[in-house]
Design a protein around this ligand. Structure first.
Ligand code: ZN
Length: 60
C-alpha cells in the first residue's frame, strides 16, 4: 500500500483510491509519496488527518 501526503491540506491519501474529490484543493503531483504505513504516525501526530474520500469510502 502506498500513501500520499498532502502537506498543504494536511491530509493523508491512499494512492490507489485517490479520486476527483481528493483533488479539490490540491493535486497529487504536489503530494509526497510514502510506502511505509508506519511513517504515517509522524503525520497524524502533527494533526494530519486521513482523507475521507479515499479512506472511508472504501473501508472494508
Ligand atoms: Zn483522498
Amino acid at each position: 500500500m502506498k500513501f500520499l501526503i498532502d502537506h498543504d491540506g494536511q491530509k493523508i491519501h491512499k494512492s490507489v483510491f485517490v479520486n476527483d474529490h481528493c483533488m479539490t484543493n490540491s493535486k497529487p503531483s504536489d503530494w509526497e509519496s510514502l510506502v511505509e504505513e508506519t511513517a504515517l504516525q509522524s503525520f497524524t501526530q502533527k494533526n494530519y488527518s486521513y482523507c475521507v474520500h479515499c479512506f472511508q469510502a472504501y473501508a472494508g
